[in-house]
Design a protein around this ligand. Structure first.
Ligand SMILES: [Zn+2]
Ligand SMILES: [Zn+2]
Ligand SMILES: [Zn+2]
Ligand SMILES: [Zn+2]
Ligand SMILES: [Zn+2]
Length: 195
């Protein structure tokens, strides 16, 4: 019962303060402070899929749409606005946004690259400084993507080596010198994992 009470507390206390859905373009991710005209006044981040209201104010599409679910006016000037009156911004504004330079999400892991917003998502997805789990289940190390192959093939103590003795099984290197071929074969036949 304690557990249920705890959950109810979380819901009632946390939810009212939850911000509107955030843009992934937090201003701290940009190399230079972005031009204030390119910031959404609702989420305080760089505009994402920006749209313009009839009163010429600009917001992220998701921010103003969410806002207009509960309000009937522009959050900046309070003039009446309807969802269907929102229009995409001029291409020149989107171009300015696309060219803003951003730090990589994995800067703290060592990525020194700065990338234009338009390729930011692609860069972050493929970045060599993203940490990934080693492919061997027994190993709990998180490895930089760029070092993963080397770790798994040359460093990891759980990488496997083919036994040249009697069992002829793949044996983790950390037990290679001490393993008993006969025991391993027995385990193998019983379908039990090697270590
Ligand atoms: Zn926004
Ligand atoms: Zn307005
Ligand atoms: Zn990176
Ligand atoms: Zn490993
Ligand atoms: Zn063996």
């Amino acid at each position: 019962m304690t557990h249920i009470c705890y959950e109810i507390n979380i819901i009632t206390i946390i939810l009212p303060y939850e911000p509107l859905k955030m843009s992934q373009y937090d201003t701290e991710k940009f190399c230079q402070p972005p031009d204030p005209d390119l910031i959404c006044c609702i989420c305080q981040c760089v505009l994402q899929s920006p749209v313009e209201s009839p009163c010429r104010h600009v917001f992220c599409n998701v921010c103003i749409t969410t806002w207009l679910n509960n309000h009937r006016n522009c959050p900046t000037c309070r003039r009446r606005v309807k969802k269907r009156q929102l229009k995409p911004v001029l291409p020149i504004v989107q171009n300015m946004i696309n060219r803003l330079l951003m730090f990589c999400d994995f800067k703290d892991n060592g990525c020194a690259e700065t990338v234009m917003l338009e390729i930011y998502v692609n860069h972050v997805e493929g970045c060599g400084y993203r940490k990934l789990k080693c492919r061997f289940n027994r190993c709990d190390k998180m490895i930089l993507k760029k070092d993963k192959d080397q770790h798994e093939n040359q460093v990891c103590e759980f990488r496997e080596k083919l036994c040249i003795g009697r069992c002829g099984l793949m044996i983790p290197v950390c037990v290679y010198d001490t393993h008993d071929c006969y025991e391993e074969l027995q385990k193998f036949n019983q379908g039990i994992s090697l270590i």
